[in-house]
Design a protein. Structure first.
Length: 248
C-alpha cells in the first residue's frame, strides 16, 4: 500500500486543494526463493561453500546439474587441479593400477621377475674386454665422434641410422642445447599417433594442444592444461579452449 499527496493548482481567488491518492498493489513473493536467498547469505557469511556445494550435488536431479555443482565445489578445495582431473576421469590411483597391470601381465601371467632378470643380464659387464670399433661403417664413425668429444656428430649419425634411443642418450650427455635440437629432429621423423602430444609436452607448448586438438578430446586437452600449465597461463588456455567449444 502506498500513499500520495497531490497538490492541485488553485484557480485565482480559490483556496488550495489537496487530493489524497491511495494505491493498493499485490506483490507476489516466492517463499522458496527467499529461503534459498537467506541460505546463500548464511553460506557467504560462514564461508561454508564446500558443504553448500556438496548438498547441491547430493540433491541434483540430473547428471549435468551434478557435474556443475561438483566443478563449483572443487574451486573451494585444496589441490583443485588434482580434483578437476579426477572429475575429468583421470584419477592417479586408478591410472597407476592400470599401468602396473599392463607392465606386469602378458596373457594373464606375471613376468616382472623375468623382466628384471633380463634387464640385469643385459647390463654391460664391468669386467672382461670389449672392442672399440673404428671401422668405416656407422658404428665406427660414431665411435670416432665419441672419442673426440663430438657428441653432435655422433647424434646425427644415430638419427641417420634410425637409432633414436642412442641419439637421445648421447644428446643428454652432450648438454641441454644438443638435447633440445635432437628432440626437434626426433619429433620431425617420428610419426606415431601420439607424436604431437609428446612434442607439446616436451616442448611445453600447451597452446598447441588447446588450439589443434580434436574438440571431441576437449577433456583430454583440459587435463593436459590442468597438469602442466603455469598459473599465469592457465586462465588464458582455458578461455581459448572454451572459445573453440562455443564456436563449434
Amino acid at each position: 500500500v502506498t500513499f500520495e499527496n497531490v497538490k492541485v493548482q488553485p484557480q485565482q481567488g480559490a483556496e488550495q486543494q489537496q487530493q489524497h491518492h491511495v494505491f493498493i498493489s499485490q506483490v507476489v513473493t516466492e517463499k522458496e526463493f527467499l529461503s534459498r536467498s537467506d541460505q546463500l547469505q548464511q553460506v557467504v557469511q560462514s564461508q561454508g561453500f564446500t558443504n553448500y556445494c556438496q548438498k547441491k550435488v547430493d540433491a541434483s536431479q540430473t547428471e549435468f546439474e551434478k557435474n556443475v555443482w561438483s566443478f563449483l565445489k572443487v574451486n573451494f578445495e585444496e589441490d583443485s587441479r588434482g580434483k578437476y582431473l579426477e572429475l575429468l576421469g583421470y584419477k592417479k590411483e586408478d591410472l597407476g593400477k592400470k599401468i602396473a597391470l599392463a607392465l606386469n601381465k602378458v596373457d594373464g601371467s606375471d613376468v616382472r621377475i623375468k623382466e628384471e632378470k633380463q634387464e640385469f643380464d643385459l647390463l654391460p659387464s664391468a669386467g672382461g674386454t670389449f672392442n672399440i670399433s673404428v671401422s668405416g661403417d656407422i658404428d665406427g664413425l660414431i665411435t670416432r665422434a665419441l672419442l673426440t668429444g663430438d657428441f653432435e656428430s655422433a647424434v646425427d649419425l644415430c638419427l641417420h641410422d634410425n637409432r633414436m634411443a642412442d641419439a637421445i642418450i648421447l644428446a643428454i650427455a652432450g648438454g641441454q642445447e644438443l638435447l633440445a635440437r635432437t628432440q626437434k629432429k626426433y619429433f620431425a621423423k617420428s610419426q606415431s599417433k601420439i607424436t604431437r602430444l609428446i612434442t607439446a609436452v616436451v616442448m611445453k607448448n600447451w597452446k598447441e594442444i588447446v588450439e589443434s586438438c580434436d574438440l571431441k578430446n576437449w577433456r583430454e586437452a583440459l587435463a593436459a592444461v590442468l597438469t602442466y600449465a603455469k598459473p599465469d597461463e592457465f586462465s588464458a588456455l582455458c578461455d581459448l579452449l572454451g572459445a573453440r567449444l562455443e564456436s563449434e
